[in-house]
Write a protein that binds this ligand. Structure first.
Ligand code: SF4
Ligand code: SF4
Length: 390
């Protein structure tokens, strides 16, 4: 196992880390599906050198106590002490520092912990950032670390890279950024553009969703398959995804899902074998070009050619049109409605109503038919409901 620098910390993280209870778990689990037993995978991954476990999102499960209990059980018997753990709290709907503390306390209680090594503030984008900035998130982070409840604080960020500048300028002491970074996300929300800011302040980057919750491995569209077959560097899609992401020296670790990626001992060993002896920069120009062609083929399946410039905002009814277009495109590119549907409901887009005023249509420089896109998002995703229970 390779160990990489972790921002300013005097500790190195395994280049592969493990995430339990990820969004894809929650998007599939509805109470009728058994909560997965991660024991063997967690023990095996730690035995292979994984030293960072993200505990995930028990609050999205029908029975959060049971879901968290499964992960805690898997980490018993001394394993908890041999790894760093991270709990997650969402920045959505936060109106006070007390609300942040209550969420953190709730997570610690669920996992039976007095403290966590790391706390990840999730769902950070330009909108939620304004809310948590107004409650002095930086002050809260300092107090929380000083209290010992969390060893350090990181952010899970999903928005254009340039919005990171203000976030990091406000508080340059974030321990890490957790971002979605797959070969589809090269320049997308935030893509590699965030490295400029993470480098400037020595903030570690943890990459998640490197296979888009397993969706880059299955249901591969008909127009993408021949592009893969014609690749100059022949390899399977799992190997391509992990090599592409770990090729960036700015990435400290890839967070692999115990649900959709490292879900068995065999899968764990397979992923680790792909990066045995691997170092940043090992991916050559031909392999990078193969990845770019595959990305272009996926992108050609988007329903709407949106560049996320946000010229169409604001909507008088508070609808986040660019995000809805992103969710529709995500479903179309990856032949999946479950995960974008789950996110649609979690982010509460269904609470707003389009009055068909047409304001957004007239603002889009790419002529995206926004009323149609908004309507499509509502009709496709409204039925996928799940609430945050903690
Ligand atoms: S104005 Fe058009 S391209 Fe820009 S975010 Fe809105 S829909 Fe996308
Ligand atoms: S048409 Fe609908 S989405 Fe567009 S600005 Fe009007 S209310 Fe908002």
């Amino acid at each position: 196992m390779e160990y990489r620098k972790f921002g300013k910390a005097d500790w190195k993280i395994s280049s592969v880390s493990l995430g339990a209870l990820r969004i894809e778990d929650a998007a599939e689990a509805d109470g009728s599906i058994a909560i997965p037993d991660y024991s063997e995978v967690i023990k095996h991954a730690i035995g292979k050198g994984v030293n960072y476990i993200d505990l995930g999102y028990p609050q999205y499960f029908a029975d959060p106590e049971k879901a968290a209990g499964r992960v805690s059980e898997a980490l018993s018997g001394g394993l908890r002490e041999s790894v760093k753990t991270a709990v997650n709290i969402s920045s959505r709907g936060i109106a006070s520092q007390q609300a942040l503390s209550a969420k953190l306390d709730g997570q610690l209680k669920l996992f039976g912990l007095d403290k966590a090594d790391f706390c990840v503030i999730g769902d950070v984008n330009r909108g939620t950032w304004n809310s948590i900035k107004s409650v002095d998130i930086a002050g809260w982070a300092e107090k929380t670390v000083a209290s010992g409840k969390a060893g350090d604080i990181g952010l899970k960020f999903h928005d254009n890279a340039h919005f990171l500048k203000g976030i990091i300028d406000t508080f340059p002491y974030w321990a890490f950024l957790q971002i979605e970074l797959s070969l589809l996300d090269y320049t997308h929300h935030p893509g590699v553009g965030c490295f400029k800011y993470s480098d400037e302040h020595d903030i570690a980057v943890i990459a998640t969703d490197i296979t888009k919750a397993g969706r880059l491995l299955r249901n591969i569209p008909g127009n993408v398959l021949p592009v893969m077959e014609e690749s100059r560097r022949k390899m399977g899609q799992e190997e391509r995804c992990i090599r592409w992401t770990l090729n960036f020296r700015e990435v400290s670790s890839v967070l692999m899902s115990a649900r959709s990626e490292m879900y068995s001992i065999e899968q764990t060993d397979r992923y680790l074998s792909y990066i045995d002896g691997f170092s940043p920069g090992d991916v050559d120009i031909w392999e990078m070009l193969d990845a770019a062609k595959i990305r272009d083929a996926y992108y050609s399946n988007r329903n709407y050619r949106c560049t996320a410039c946000r010229c169409c905002t604001p909507c008088p009814e508070g609808i986040d049109m660019p995000r809805l277009v992103e969710l529709v495109n995500d479903g179309a590119m990856l032949s999946d409605s479950d995960i974008p549907g789950f996110q649609f409901n979690l982010e509460k887009h269904q609470d707003a109503k389009c009055i068909r005023c047409g304001v957004c249509n007239s603002q889009c420089p790419k002529y995206v038919p926004l009323e149609e896109a908004v309507n499509e998002a509502f009709s496709k995703y409204s039925q996928y409901g799940r609430e945050d229970k903690v």
